[in-house]
Design a protein around this ligand. Structure first.
Ligand code: ADP
Length: 617
C-alpha cells in the first residue's frame, strides 16, 4: 500500500551542525509527512527537488514545540523539535498555527511509538540544554511529555472590557508584531507573536510592558499591537466619532500632505482611512482634497487587512504602520496622524522624544571621512564608541519628514545593518551618529582588493547583504538605493547595509527623478524606472546588480553606457553579462533577481537560503 500524504509545506530546518564553524545552518526545505516517513527536499529553481532527508516515523520518540527567549536567527520564528534515533531535529514554521498543525499531525502519527517520558522545552545550545542546564545532549528531559497535547502559549489574562476608556485600560495585553532588540538598558526585548502585559501607554512611541517572567521595560509602540482586536483608542490616528464631512474639514484645516486619520465607516465594523493630498489625480484634478480608502478584509488567510491590493496585514495597526512608510497604492504615504482632540500628533509634547537626541557634550568630532549626498561625514567618539557622524545640510533634504523617519530607522537593528545610534535634530546642521565601519564603502573595498578576493569572501559578502536585506524585508522596510557604494565594511571584513530609506529625503531632482542624471538607473528595476514603484522586490533587483559588482571586484555596471542605452537594452530583455568570477549558481541567482515581473523574483529570505546552501561544505 502506498503511504498517504498527511501534511506538506515549506519549513526551515536547522542542520545538525556537524561542524561548529559551519557558517549558516538554517535551510529552507519542502517537508512532506506521510503515513510512513517525514521527508524533506531542497527546492532548486528550474530543477527537480532534491531529497535531502527521510525520517521513518517509527523512529520518532518526541515531537514538541520549542519555547525559547533567544532571538531566532532565521525568518521562520516558530520552532519545534523532532527527536529521533538520538538526534534532535529543529524545524521552524512561519507562524504558530502552522507549527501547531505540524506538531499535532506528527504526534498523532507517532503516538504508538516508544516515546520519551520527559522532553526539553528549550534548545540545546553551546553544549548545554537551555531549559535545565544539563550538559549531556542525551540527558533525560526536564518536562513531562504529553504525546496527545499541544504545548501552547499560556492562557491570556482577562482582556479589558470594551467600554473601558484610555486610562482604566492600562493593564491590557499586547502582542509583538516583530522581534525587537533593545537599544538601551531600559528597553525590553520582544519576540514576535509573544504576549506582553501593557503597563503604560501614555507615550506615543514607547510603551512600558512586562513579559511573562516579570521583566519590564520600554518597547517601540509600533512593534506591538493590542490583543483586543479593534481597540484603537490609543492610536493618535484613530477618531471614533467623526463623520466623513468632519474628517474632511479637520484634514483640510491641517493642510499637510499626507495628513490622515482612521475613522469608523457608516457600515458597522468597517474602518476608513481618510488622507489629505495636493498631488495631481489620475484625471488631472489638482485641488487639495481628502481621499477616503476603506480598509478591506480578504476572505481567507491569516494576513487579511488591506487598503491597496497585495499588501495584506494581520492587524490594522500593522497596516497603518506599513502605509506610514510606503504609499503602496495610496495617493500618498500616511504622513501625519491627525486626531480630533489633539490636532497633528507632531505638535504634542512627547516626554521620551529626547531619548534619541544625542547630547553634544557626549560627542567628540574628529577628521573628515568623506563627503556624502547630504553633507560631510566625520569620524567621532560617542560614549566610548568610535562613530561616524553624518552632518545633514537641511537645504538638501526634506527636514520634518526626515526627523520622523530617523526614529524608525533607529528602531531597525540587525548585525548586517549599519546601526544608527542617535540623532541631533535640535541644531543646524542636523547630525546622525552611526556605527563606525573601519573599512569604508564596499565598492572601494572591492576595487582595492581586485585580484585578491577568494570565492568564499565574495560569497560571504553577498550572504551578509542578503541577511540584512531579509531583515529589512520582514520589517516591511524598502531600501530604495541598494548598491555596493551604499554598503560599508567593518574591521572584521563584515559587510553591512547603510543609507536605507534615505533617498526619500533628497530634494535634489537630479537624484530623485528617473529621467535625471543622478538617479541610480543602473541598479533600478524596470518598474522603478517606469513608474517609480518601489518594493522589496525592486530591492531584490538591485541586490542582483550588487552581486554582479562583487563578482566583478567593484567594476561599475554598464560601464561605458548611458542611462538611456541601459533602459533600451533592459526593454529588449537584455541583462548584465555573467561575471568571469561568478560560478553558474551565483549567475543563476542574479538572473532570477532580474526577472521582468517583480513577483517572479525571489524574496530575500529565499535568496539568503540559496546563498547559504552554496556556502555549506
Ligand atoms: P551618502 O550616502 O550620504 O552619499 P556616504 O554614506 O557614501 O554618504 O558617506 C560618504 C563616505 O563617508 C563613505 O564613502 C565612507 O567612506 C564614509 N562613511 C560613511 N559612513 C561611514 C561609517 N558608518 N563608518 C565609516 N565611514 C563612513
Amino acid at each position: 500500500m502506498f503511504p498517504r500524504v498527511i501534511l506538506k509545506g515549506t519549513l526551515i530546518k536547522k542542520s545538525q551542525q556537524k561542524k561548529r564553524t559551519s557558517p549558516c545552518n538554517y535551510k529552507e526545505r519542502f517537508f512532506v509527512l506521510d503515513t510512513q516517513d517525514l521527508k524533506y527536499s531542497e527546492h532548486r529553481p528550474g530543477r527537480k527537488p532534491l531529497l535531502k532527508g527521510c525520517i521513518e516515523l517509527s523512529r520518532i520518540q518526541c515531537v514538541e514545540s520549542v519555547f525559547s527567549e533567544l532571538p531566532i536567527p532565521c525568518n521562520y520564528k516558530y520552532p519545534f523539535q523532532v527527536f529521533h534515533s538520538n538526534y534532535y531535529l529543529y524545524i521552524f514554521a512561519p507562524d504558530n498555527d502552522c507549527r501547531q498543525r505540524w506538531v499535532r499531525a506528527l504526534k498523532e502519527e507517532t503516538k504508538r511509538n516508544s516515546l520519551v517520558a520527559k522532553y526539553h522545552p528549550n534548545f540545546w545550545m553551546d553544549g548545554k540544554w537551555r531549559c535545565c542546564q544539563q550538559a549531556a545532549k542525551l540527558a533525560a528531559g526536564c518536562q513531562a511529555y504529553d504525546p496527545m497535547g499541544c504545548a501552547s502559549k499560556k492562557p491570556l489574562p482577562q482582556l479589558p472590557a470594551p467600554e473601558m476608556g484610555l486610562h482604566d485600560a492600562e493593564e491590557g495585553t499586547v502582542i509583538a508584531l516583530q522581534d525587537y532588540t533593545p537599544l538601551k538598558d531600559d528597553n525590553l526585548p520582544l519576540q514576535k507573536d509573544q504576549e506582553y502585559t501593557l503597563i503604560n501607554s501614555c507615550h506615543r512611541d514607547w510603551w512600558a510592558v512586562r513579559d511573562d517572567k516579570g521583566n519590564t521595560g520600554f518597547v517601540p509602540s509600533t512593534y506591538v499591537t493590542e490583543k483586543s482586536g479593534n481597540n484603537f483608542q490609543r492610536f493618535k490616528w484613530y477618531n471614533k466619532n467623526i463623520t466623513r464631512g468632519g474628517a474632511e474639514d479637520l484634514l483640510m484645516k491641517q493642510g499637510k500632505e499626507g495628513a490622515f486619520m482612521m475613522r469608523d465607516s457608516r457600515q458597522a465594523g468597517v474602518y476608513t482611512v481618510s488622507v489629505f493630498t495636493k498631488a495631481p489625480g489620475s484625471n488631472g484634478e489638482k485641488n487639495p482634497r481628502v481621499k477616503h480608502y476603506q480598509i478591506r478584509q480578504a476572505e481567507t488567510g491569516e494576513a487579511r487587512f488591506y487598503l491597496a491590493e497585495k499588501y495584506l496585514f494581520s492587524t490594522i495597526p500593522e497596516l497603518i504602520h506599513y502605509h506610514q512608510h510606503n504609499a503602496a497604492g495610496l495617493i500618498t504615504r500616511l504622513r501625519h496622524p491627525v486626531s480630533q482632540d489633539g490636532g497633528s500628533s507632531q505638535d504634542i509634547a512627547d516626554p521620551l522624544k529626547d531619548q534619541w537626541e544625542v547630547d553634544p557634550g557626549e560627542l567628540i568630532l574628529g577628521r573628515e571621512l568623506g563627503r556624502g549626498q547630504f553633507g560631510l561625514v566625520l569620524e567621532g567618539r560617542w560614549r566610548d564608541k568610535k562613530v561616524a557622524v553624518k552632518t545633514m545640510r537641511e537645504e538638501g533634504m526634506s527636514d520634518e519628514e526626515f526627523k520622523e523617519e530617523a526614529r524608525v530607522m533607529m528602531r531597525l537593528s540587525h548585525s548586517k545593518l549599519v546601526q544608527l545610534y542617535g540623532v541631533r535634530t535640535q541644531c543646524s546642521p542636523m547630525w546622525l551618529v552611526f556605527e563606525f565601519m573601519d573599512n569604508g564603502c564596499l565598492s572601494d573595498y572591492l576595487r582595492a582588493r581586485k585580484g585578491h578576493l577568494s570565492q568564499d569572501t565574495m560569497l560571504e559578502m553577498c550572504l551578509d547583504v542578503s541577511e540584512g536585506m531579509a531583515y529589512l524585508e520582514t520589517s516591511n522596510f524598502i531600501h530604495r538605493d541598494l548598491a555596493a557604494r551604499n554598503c560599508l565594511v567593518s574591521k572584521d571584513n563584515e559587510v553591512k547595509i547603510s543609507d536605507f530609506g534615505m533617498t526619500r529625503f533628497v530634494l535634489d531632482d537630479q537624484y530623485t527623478s528617473s529621467q535625471c542624471s543622478k538617479f541610480p538607473i543602473k541598479w533600478s528595476a524596470p518598474e522603478v524606472i517606469r513608474y517609480y514603484k518601489f518594493s522589496s522586490k525592486s530591492d531584490v533587483w538591485s541586490f542582483g546588480v550588487l552581486m554582479w559588482e562583487v563578482y566583478n571586484e567593484g567594476r561599475l555596471p554598464y560601464e561605458n553606457h548611458s542611462n538611456i542605452e541601459v533602459v533600451e537594452s533592459l526593454t529588449k530583455g537584455l541583462r548584465l553579462l555573467k561575471p568571469r568570477l561568478a560560478p553558474d549558481a551565483i549567475h543563476m541567482l542574479m538572473e532570477w533577481c532580474w526577472k521582468e515581473k517583480p513577483e517572479d523574483r525571489p524574496s530575500f529570505a529565499l535568496l539568503l537560503h540559496e546563498l547559504a546552501s552554496l556556502s555549506d561544505p
